[in-house]
Design a protein around this ligand. Sequence first.
Ligand code: FAD
Length: 447
Amino acid sequence: MANKIVIVGGVAGGANVAAQIRRNDNDSKITLFDKDEHVAFSTCGMPYYIGGVVDKRDQLLVSSDKIAGKFDLDLRTNTEVTSIDRENKQLTYRDSAGEHRTSYDKLILSPGASAKKPELEGMNDNRTFTLHSIPDMDAIEHYIETEKPQSCAIVGAGFVGLEMVENIHARGIDCTIIDRSEQVMKLVDQDMAAIIENHLKAKGVQLLLDESLESFSNNGATLDLTSGKSVQADMTIMAVGIRPNKVLAEDSGLEIGETGGIKVNDYMQTSDPDIYALGDAIQTNDLLTGTPRHVALAGPAHRQAFILVNHLQGGTNPYAGVQGTAIFKVFNLSAGATGLNKAVLKHLDINYKEAVHEGLSHAGYYPSAEKITLKVLFDAENGRIYGAQAVGREGVDKRLAVMATVMKAKMTVYDLPELELGYAPPYSSPKDPINVLGYKAESMLES
Ligand SMILES: Cc1cc2nc3c(=O)[nH]c(=O)nc-3n(C[C@H](O)[C@H](O)[C@H](O)COP(=O)(O)OP(=O)(O)OC[C@H]3O[C@@H](n4cnc5c(N)ncnc54)[C@H](O)[C@@H]3O)c2cc1C
């Protein structure tokens, strides 16, 4: 049956939903609203444009006309949806001509998240940036080009913070990282993060951990920390996290979960069955434990788009839950994690053990073998894999992908030595580091 489908948000989640609907349905009318000018852009590529790895801005963008034409969309950019009237199945939106209303049969919310930018005393918005949208990226690029900053403070050592350090540094700018935690990248455990920290220091990045930014002074060029220390910086990137864009959902009475994301069921339906939601705005359940989780990653958003459209078109494929597999690059290192880390396992009071192995990415005698550190976290009784982490210069993505797969397949550490992962000197060793990690882990269970 032809429907009037309205989508709010046109980047990873929203654009994917529109494309998926059109695979089987040429009749429904699809209206897609985005409050920004750009839709379906490559968010994940933005740090690399700033660093000059991606040399043309256009490489990150897709033409709105092209998308609208290809998927037969009524595409409204620069148009913000401001409220939902669930009772009458209508919504209000605002564009340059003012406020309007439109109706929907099915409404899909993919409004993403917003970068947190705490209102700190003395902050100068002209030199303090976040990175979440194309205008954010353009503002950073413009500042670097016109003001030629010599120094940059990056507040927050998570995903975006660390990617920005590498890319700002690539522009010849001295970088200082400030994070209130005792380690960088809380996705991985402290021992794995220490490898990243040493690498950052070796690259000349100043690290101020266990330090909180309290305020700015000197027209925003001095960052005053709670410890009494201060940092001088010509520019500051605030990468202190994101918050789900839930206001639209909350104001219309949709249920919000304990993590702050919009609550959805296994088919991405909100508490109103005619309204679906996906992406950074929602709360999902952890694949393994079923506990609520808010994960802001592109892979899960794409999978959720598939699940959502399958249900919209009469299917019953449930969403399995989110595993949280993430990988990132910091200068010459790659680091990644899947599943649960130590902090989460402790928080959930799960009885776990961990094995760590430091091996080589491939045969040591074959040129450019690099050290790789792998960790597996597993059930202390039956060896079921709860999570894994990998850090190194080469071969990290492959080991992470294998560990993510064995975890999804509900394997145990006893399976790891049995995996035949393919060996020739340029790629691995007859016993891949994952096999060795498995031998270590199973010996811990046997003893
Ligand atoms: C710098 C950066 C790097 C990243 N790198 C990676 C990576 O390497 N790997 C990875 O897996 N993930 C990465 N991510 C995360 C990934 O981009 C997100 O998980 C993904 O984009 C989420 O998709 P979404 O559709 O939920 O939200 P978004 O892609 O953020 O789209 C939301 C859209 O909704 C619009 N919108 C919001 N409210 C309204 C409204 N009321 N009316 C109309 N429009 C509205 C917004 O303007 C926005 O365009 C990165 C994110 C950032 C910021």
